[in-house]
Design a protein around this ligand. Structure first.
Ligand SMILES: [Mg+2]
Length: 230
């Protein structure tokens, strides 16, 4: 247990609430809808991953980016642009992403209440600003955080900017999240500590190789374990 006051920076999607599992359901429905005559699901998924990798760089993250990638996938597989009808059907498949309430990960609210009494809490999420803002509002968690940042990408420069903007001391600041690529590795590059809390539904594009000998990364199994350490 760290008794001195620390700065705890939280990721949001798949750390505070479930997110990618909803995207995965849409993709499963999309693969059913495609009913491709020769490629199996794994092969189709590889095509889509490839398209998403490029589209997230060019167009960012979130529902609109996924819709674009699904339509691009149709274009690539059928060697012609998706029709207006196909666009409409794809949008229908993804309707749940727009309408759904957020589902908090168990123990989040109680844990934030306890941590907020002892530490400084910040939130840092990436994605489409309107979409992320909507999820933050639905979560009813905003009041726990001194600052909330919505950024297009989370890389080394993002964390250096965070440290500078908020005058953080990296040695007593922690990035807490489910993504090796967006939370743990770039925060460590910027000199912060990190807490990795894996989510079984983490998107393949967020995967990354963690150095298990790195003592500045705490590995936890669940969110509520945070109160044992902070
Ligand atoms: Mg996340």
């Amino acid at each position: 247990m760290r008794h001195s006051r620390q700065v705890l920076v939280f990721d949001a999607d798949d750390t505070l609430w479930e997110n990618n599992v909803l995207f995965e359901r849409v993709i499963e429905d999309f693969l059913d809808w495609l009913a491709h005559p020769t490629l199996d699901r794994r092969e189709l998924r590889a095509v889509l991953d490839d398209i998403e990798r490029a589209n997230t760089v060019a167009h960012g993250y979130g529902t609109q980016s996924l819709l674009r990638s699904l339509a691009d996938c149709v274009t690539r597989l059928r060697s012609r642009p998706a029709t207006a009808r196909e666009h409409a059907e794809i949008k229908e498949l993804a309707a749940a992403l727009v309408d759904d309430q957020v589902e908090l990960i168990p123990g989040v609210a109680e844990t934030l209440t306890a941590l907020g009494e002892r530490h400084d809490l910040l939130l840092l999420t990436k994605g489409d600003p309107d979409e992320q803002q909507r999820k933050i509002e639905m979560s009813q968690l905003a009041h726990y955080f001194r600052e909330i940042g919505i950024v297009p990408e989370k890389n080394d420069a993002t964390y250096r900017g965070l440290i500078e903007t908020h005058g953080l001391t990296p040695a007593t600041s922690w990035m807490i999240g489910n993504s090796p690529k967006s939370d743990i590795l770039p925060a460590r590059q910027a000199g912060m500590n990190a807490v990795f809390i894996p989510n079984p539904h983490t998107w393949v594009l967020e995967h990354g190789e963690l150095d298990h000998s790195d003592a500045q990364v705490l590995h936890l199994k669940s969110f509520h374990e945070l109160t044992r350490h902070f």
